[in-house]
Design a protein around this ligand. Sequence first.
Ligand code: KG4
Ligand code: ZN
Length: 338
Amino acid sequence: KKNVYILGIESSCDDTSAAVFCNDKVLSNIVATQQVHKEYGGVVPELASRAHQQHIVPVIDQALKKAKINKNDLSAIAYTRGPGLMGSLLVGSSFAKSLSLALSIPLIEVNHMQAHLLAHFINDEETETPKFPFLGVTISGGHTQIVKVKDYFQMEVIGETLDDAIGEAFDKCGKMLNLPYPAGPEIDKLSKFGDPFKFEFAKPKVKGLDFSFSGLKTSVLYFLQKQAKENPNFISENIEDLCASFQRKVVDILMSKLTKAVKETGINQVAIGGGVSANSGIRKALLEKRETSSWNVFIPKFEYCTDNAAMIGIVGYLKYSKNQFTDLATASKARYSI
Ligand code: KG4
Ligand code: ZN
């Protein structure tokens, strides 16, 4: 059987990424993370599209070089159609379309949220692959979703956030604690030295399998404002306990919804993705579940959890195998359901 070489391109938010695949194996996966957003404490859409414009050619060049593949050997190009920031999506899609036209090879559109879940099918000989049906859980700075994955392209969202994403909750609360953006990794680090039961923040009451994190944010804000009146140094004197207590609450919110989802669906295969799956508290809770219950837990390599083009490439390969190609006239979609 002839080898299939796919170039994957991801540009939906603030990472410009390109990956080259040989069948279901990654030959290269290059990510340029934009630094310009740091000083604003969040992604600035206009700056994101400009940075994609600067990064896209060198990133793709590097991906091809590292894979030792000539562009003329590519079988197809897969790119992120949505969801994401329109200005960012357009940079990747326009490039993908032009290159597919220039090389006369097929174009494949990819749904970014499906890609986060199908990243589990990257063949890397290290991590196990879940079997259908499984519960896909995408937790990042932009997403919080529980998805029933019945087959590669048969997915149903059964729970999602009504307001902030879980990573956003880390980042926004981190900002209140004077931590640099993105604050998730900082909170995680400092938590290790703190008492997770020192402070109690409100756990939001949300129906079903949905999430809400804005209430938690408000609860932290009011608590800090009250404390600051009595002690202006309250945050710096208690930073580790504050981080540990906040992280415990977030882990608690996530795990109780996941437990509910497993119970309601009868599916005990839980596959995690997204940047927040790096969180040590979440990992510990999941691994504990794997030890003490019937759960099977799947966590891809970290480079396939955060936004990356390898997850776009694997979907490209899966769609290529089914001849699911895309017309050049296909428009990008800022909102694009799974
Ligand atoms: O997937 P990702 O790289 O980008 C998107 O948001 O799509 O995720 C980034 C998010 C940020 O909110 C960051 O604070 C969070 O993941 N994050 C963490 C950790 N590492 C990254 N949150 C908690 N604990 C971590 N160790
Ligand atoms: Zn993402």
